[in-house]
Design a protein around this ligand. Structure first.
Ligand code: F6P
Length: 549
């Protein structure tokens, strides 16, 4: 049994879990009139109501005791100070340095990295302003009106979802399109809608070796040349963001058009780097700067706030409570705000690619659960799709509700309905509806006794389904920055408790390698013996369907 499960703090939580398994939150709210006021925390303009969780004071204290026993604060300080906590890749983890607005240095290999970070931000600002002002034009002298941002994973999700979330702040100079999938439909769909003379391609790839991004960028170059551009004009229409400057240069991107990033920034933590260039081009640099400021505020909150009032720690440890003591397999995000509809997909990569691990930092296979499945969608849409299962299914699925208290183009009726659905759903999940209440409701129904009992059973809502509710005044760039950093640090907290490396992603390597072998099997002359019977059969079907082409 692992040292983690043997920890007295873990054992204590296990005992507490058994003691509350049959307790209902409905009864706790009845017994504690001040429960909601007690179980709340705030920071960076974000209010967290965590009273609808299956916890009491003893449990919260027990969770914080586990965090302390695991040395959470020391591990946190190691990250911020540039220690190589990504041990398998021998790297520091310093996405926090990208938004370090203090005048403190941050050292990597004894070198202060802040000057080059500031230099890159300056390059991003200057370039953005030159595009917006019309100073930077295409090869025929036309202003840039379209940006096509090509990237995948962390080189796509951050820019796309932040741009979408901040649509009310969009700059009117350019429209920004995103391409990620290697499915040609994606890039063809986008390129069919833009004029090459007015289009800037932003190719983002930290490694500059991701098949999808290289192929999409190659196709964009082919499109550009076919539309009339010449090789010499590429420099006016293609820029790249990468830590692999040599590969980008070899690919044909002019060196002055390459925005650097660093290997101590993980892909899923990179929107604060030059990977955020499409955000700047879409919104203007000032709003990107506000995004950084919000993240910096949350960094300070995470570093300076006592654990029991620390938003990322509270949310992270509540996640541990359900994952490891209630066997919850997933966690659902329910943003009640249309522009934040992409957040579940963003947090999905952030969380699942960070903590979807089975081995501790020291190489032992874990004997406890680690990262949960993250999913969700905007409210109120989910209520007409998967909320049935959350209310009456057999899985315990903790939920994060979130709602801006004010929205642009505020329509009081619409917004009141949005808020009432958000709060009503959280209340229904918590209190449920008993069999007796459902049976009583059917008093006037024209049903025989047996049917009445049966229907009452079907209508019973167990409740006791946990949720957090996050409120914020409005989704400004600053608040969004704080919200994203909140989830980054929540993921960090959980990875620290589980003792996994949250910052590598070896699990994606095999699929990439086998995909390349299968590609060779489809278009090349790879020996069929390399493949199992199923893959061989699938390749044969694909080849038959495309033989005549
Ligand atoms: O999914 C694997 C991954 O390496 C992610 O971590 C990363 O965000 C994505 O692929 C894209 O990588 P790159 O930015 O190097 O093209």
């Amino acid at each position: 049994m692992s040292s983690l499960i043997n920890q007295p703090e873990w054992q204590h939580l296990s005992t507490l879990a058994k003691s509350v398994k049959d307790k209902h939150m409905r009864d706790w709210f009845a017994a504690e009139p001040n429960r909601a006021e007690k179980m709340q925390a705030s920071g960076c303009g974000i209010f967290l109501d965590y009273s609808k969780n299956r916890v009491n004071d003893d449990i919260m204290q027990g969770l914080m005791a586990l965090a302390n026993a695991q040395g959470l604060e020391k591990l946190r300080d190691n990250m911020f100070s540039g220690k190589q906590i990504n041990q398998t890749e021998g790297r520091a983890v310093l996405h926090t340095a990208l938004r370090n607005l203090s005048d403190k240095p941050v050292y990597v290999d004894n070198e202060d990295v802040m000057p080059e970070i500031r230099q890159t931000l300056k390059k991003m600002r200057t370039f953005t302003e030159s595009v917006h002002s019309g100073e930077h034009t295409g090869y025929t002298g036309k202003a840039i009106k379209h940006v096509v941002a090509i990237g995948i994973g962390g080189s796509f999700l951050g820019p796309k979802i932040m741009t979408e979330a901040l649509k009310p702040y969009q700059h009117d100079a350019v429209d920004v399109h995103f391409v990620a999938n290697v499915d040609g439909c994606h890039i063809n769909d986008v390129l069919s809608r833009v004029d090459h003379e007015e289009t800037l391609i932003v190719m983002s790839s930290k490694s500059f070796s991701t098949q999808e991004t290289l192929q999409n960028t190659q196709s964009a170059k082919t499109w550009f040349l076919r539309c009339g551009g010449a090789q010499k004009d590429i420099a006016s229409h293609f820029v790249a963001v990468s830590s692999n400057v040599e590969a980008a240069t070899e690919f044909g991107i002019a060196r002055e058009n390459i925005f650097p990033m660093w290997d101590w920034v993980g892909g899923r933590y990179s929107l604060w780097s030059a990977i955020g260039l499409p955000i700047c081009l879409s919104l203007g640099f000032e709003h990107f700067q506000s995004l950084l400021e919000g993240a910096y505020d949350m960094d300070k909150h995470f570093c300076e706030t006592p654990l029991e009032k620390n938003l990322p720690v509270i949310m992270g440890m509540l996640g541990i409570w359900y994952r490891n003591f209630f066997d919850a397999q997933s966690h659902v995000l329910l943003p009640y705000y249309h522009y934040l509809r992409g957040l579940p997909a963003y947090v999905q990569q952030l969380d699942m690619e960070s903590n979807g691990k089975q081995v501790t930092q020291s190489g032992e296979v874990v004997d406890y659960q680690t990262g949960p499945i993250i999913w969700g969608s905007e409210g109120t849409n989910g209520q007409h799709s998967f909320h049935q299962l959350i209310h009456q299914g057999t899985s315990l699925i903790p939920a994060d509700f979130m709602l801006p208290l004010n929205v642009p183009e505020q329509n009081d009726t619409h917004h009141a309905m949005l808020a009432s659905n958000c709060f009503g759903q959280a209340q229904a999940l918590m209190q449920g509806k008993t069999y007796d209440e459902c049976y009583a409701d059917l008093a006037d129904a024209d049903l025989d006794e047996a049917t009445r009992k049966n229907i009452a059973q079907h209508k019973t809502m167990p409740g006791n389904k946990p949720s957090n509710t996050l409120l914020f005044e409005a989704l400004t760039p600053q608040t969004l920055g704080s919200l994203i950093a909140l989830y980054e640090h929540k993921v960090f907290v959980q990875g620290a408790i589980w003792q996994v490396n949250s910052f590598d992603q070896w699990g994606v390597e095999l699929g990439k390698a086998l995909g390349n072998q299968v590609l060779d099997g489809i278009v090349g002359d790879a020996d069929e013996a390399n493949f199992d019977g199923s893959t061989r059969q699938l390749i044969a079907h694909f080849q038959r369907a495309n033989a005549q082409k």
